[in-house]
Design a protein around this ligand. Structure first.
Ligand SMILES: [Zn+2]
Length: 105
């Protein structure tokens, strides 16, 4: 029947470049070797609702899907955690955040 099985894609850490392995399970615990973050650039898009002639909704369209792989070693580094945080929530990279303005002085 089918000849070649699906060969596993080898993943590499986006930060240090080392190859990462599968999560290893032992009887009592497991060792995670890498973390994957799915992110990407999004773009707001207004679409016409089908059920309402004047109804419009705005959705975020993923225009540039991106997968970030972080190995367990890099994951422990604060700078890399910060980097991942920014990738996950791009709006935080712009310094001013009007919503969360705290001017209690
Ligand atoms: Zn790494």
């Amino acid at each position: 029947m089918s000849a070649a099985g699906t060969s596993k894609l080898s993943l590499h850490c986006n930060h240090c470049g080392r190859q990462v392995g599968e999560t290893v399970h032992t009887r009592s615990s497991y060792a995670v070797d890498y973390y994957v973050l799915h992110t990407g650039a999004v773009e707001p898009m207004t679409i016409q609702r089908a059920d309402e002639p004047y109804g419009r909704i705005t959705v975020l369209k993923l225009i540039e899907p991106r997968t970030v792989v972080t190995c367990a070693d890099c994951y422990r580094q604060p700078t890399i955690q910060e980097e991942r945080d920014l990738l996950f929530r791009p709006e935080l990279s712009s310094a001013d955040e009007p919503e969360a303005a705290t001017d209690a002085r």
